[in-house]
Structures are given as C-alpha cells and as structure tokens.
Design a protein around this ligand. Structure first.
Ligand code: KG4
Ligand code: ZN
Length: 347
C-alpha cells in the first residue's frame, strides 16, 4: 500500500495505490481561488495546499479504508513545479515516511504523466502488461513536450515548446476573448458550436522537422486579428468561430508533430496526457490521425489528464517493483527538474 501526494501547481491531491490499483484518489482543485487573478498565484497556491493537505490525505485514507500504519511507502511529486507548492506535499510525505520508517519516493511530475494513459477503468488500474514503447505527448498549462518512452521507466525527451505551452495558448487566447481563467475548457465548449475553417490562423512550426513547438506567435496573431475585426466578439457566432479556428490551429500542430515523431522513430503506439488532453477535438483528431497511420492510441482518462496523485503513486509503486529503494530523506524539491535527467528506474 502506497500513499502519494501531488502539490506541484494548483491541485492538492492524495492517492492510495496497491498492486497497480488506485484504491483512492482525491483531488482538491484551487481553480476558483486563482480564477479571480487570471492565473495561478504561487503564494496563494502554497497556502491553500497547506490548508488542504491533511483533509485531502485523510479523505484518501478513509476512501481506501486504511490507516497510515498499513502504508508500505510514501511518494510525492519532487518537481518540476512551483517551489512553495511542491515543498508542502514533498516535505509532508517525507516526514510521514520518516515517522513510519518506510521508503520515500520523490517523483518527477512529467514522468508520472507519461504513465497516466496506461491507467484506466473504475476503479482505475494500471495496465503495464499492455505497455509498449510509445511516443508520448504531454500538453498542459505549463508544458508541451514529446517524449520517446522506449520501455518501462526509460525515456528520452524529443522536443518541447520554445515559448508558450499549448494550454497557455488556450488560456491567453481566452483572456483576449474575455473568457475566465482557465480558458481551455471554455474554448473547447464554444469551439464545438463554431466553424474551425472560419479564420485561417498560423500553425507554428507545423512543417519543422524537429519535435519542438512554439505557440506565442499564434497568440499574438489572435491579438491582432481581434484588433482588426472589432465587431467579432460582439456575436456569439463570431466568438465560437474564433475559438474553433484557434483551437484547430493548436491541434493541427500537436497532432502532426506527434504522428511525425512516432513514424520517424518506427514506434507503433502514441499516448497523450496533461490538461489539454481533455480537449474533445484534440482527442478526436489524435484518434483519427492515429487510425489513418495504423498507430495505437492511448489517451489518459479525463480525470487523470489534469494533475493528480494517482499517477504519482502508480509510478512510485512501479519504481519500487523495479528495484528502487527510494530517495533519501535529505533530498529537496527540484522546481526546475528536467525530465531528460530522470531515465533510470532505480533513482
Ligand atoms: O495539466 P493541468 O491541469 O495543469 C498544468 O498546467 O500542469 O493543465 C491545465 C491546462 C490549462 O491551460 C487549461 O486551460 C487546459 O489545461 N485545459 C484545456 C482543457 N481542459 C483543460 N485546454 C483545452 N481544452 C480543454 N478541454
Ligand atoms: Zn501536470
């Protein structure tokens, strides 16, 4: 039985894992708190984690019907993330493991995202028997990257965004339109009613052979487009068409580059996770592109796309079963921890 905590950004989450099964997963989102400020306020996030951590952990233990004495290990996100936010979950988990005399695991947040598409069902179970080498797209508010997952716990970063993340592009575009933060879900909703071919926005780096992305230029072209079409935002059809067209540009780049990387590497499986993977049009576009190319696709379930401790715990347990003895109690958080540095199972 393993307890995992996740506090890297604006979700306080605790999960209990046993034998690849998610016995409990509790997520307390701070979205409402930060919406007022149009983005995550790091100081407020850390204070909110401190307030929520014990109730959320207690709820997870109750849901799993266990006591702390039954825990065999404790894991927490070590980075990357907001320093003070990370510290709350990481140090709490370390202290608990120390008192219980159990191994402690500091987990890389993005490495955890890499395995979230393999967790599914109700209750969720990690299906590592089905695991196969893949190209994994991680798309969230802070990150956009393509990773070659060569085997279990073995990966190599192929490329990432040179500026804004895809989720950031959704959020910043939404701000220009006047939508509340985070705008991704709202753009998703409005775009369903719009015409994606109404306006032609640039698809940055779509023909670039590298696996890198760039989204800040797209956001800037949306700004000029709105300036040059003053009546556009006054009709709901105009707003929906704008949302659908911008969304289509973002998705076209994500899908093309993901499939391109898989084909180049001769990998037959594609996975995707991170908050933007909740986007319905992205899910459909990935599904049809992969089908056309004969690629298998595993999308993280929507509840596991956004930040959660279940994926942290599943990876922590997997590391233990691959021979990891855990991390030292002296280790600290790593707010800028690069994923490329974490390819070895036993670390
Ligand atoms: O993974 P996540 O919860 O947090 C991190 O950034 O780590 O991702 C949040 C991001 C936000 O930018 C949000 O706008 C975006 O994911 N997002 C979406 C959708 N749901 C969340 N973007 C597009 N369509 C959605 N349905
Ligand atoms: Zn994340």
């Amino acid at each position: 039985m393993l307890l995992a905590l996740e506090t890297s950004c604006d979700e306080t989450s605790a999960a209990v894992i046993h034998g690849g099964r998610v016995l409990a997963s509790v997520v307390s989102s701070q979205i409402k708190l930060h919406a007022e400020y149009g983005g995550v306020v790091p100081e407020l996030a850390a204070r909110e984690h401190l307030r929520n951590l014990i109730p959320v952990t207690r709820a997870a233990l109750t849901e799993a019907q266990i006591t702390t004495g039954q825990l065999e290990a404790v894991a927490a996100t070590r980075g990357p993330g907001l320093p003070h936010a990370l510290m709350t979950g990481f140090k709490s988990a370390q202290a608990l493991a120390f008192v219980l005399r159990r191994p402690f695991l500091g987990i890389h947040h993005h490495e955890a995202h890499l395995y979230s598409p393999w967790i599914s069902g109700k209750p969720p179970v990690a299906d590592f028997a089905a695991f196969e080498p893949n190209v994994s797209l991680i798309v969230s508010g802070g990150h956009t990257m393509l990773v070659h997952v060569q085997g279990e716990l073995k990966h190599r970063v192929l490329g990432s965004t040179l500026d804004d993340a895809a989720g950031e592009c959704f959020d910043k575009t939404g701000k220009l339109i006047g939508l509340p933060y985070p705008a991704g879900p709202e753009i998703d909703r409005l775009a369903e009613k719009g015409n994606a071919a109404a306006f032609d926005f640039p698809r940055p780096m779509i023909n670039d052979p590298s696996d890198d992305f760039s989204f800040s230029g797209l956001k800037t072209s949306v700004r000029y487009f709105i300036r040059d079409h003053p009546g556009l935002l006054e009709t709901s059809a105009g707003v929906s068409d704008l949302c659908a067209s911008v969304q289509a540009a973002i998705i076209a780049v994500l899908v093309k580059k993901t499939v391109q990387a898989a084909n180049r590497l001769g990998v037959r499986c594609v996975t995707a996770s991170g908050g933007v993977t909740c986007n319905r049009s992205l899910r459909r576009a990935l599904a049809s592109a992969c089908q056309a190319q004969g690629l298998k696709l595993r999308l993280a379930e929507k509840e596991l796309c956004t930040d959660n401790a279940a994926m942290v715990g599943i990876l922590g347990e997997r590391k233990l079963s691959h021979g990891s003895t855990g991390n030292s109690f002296n280790e600290d958080i790593r707010p800028n921890w690069p994923l490329a540095e974490e390819p070895i199972a036993a670390r």
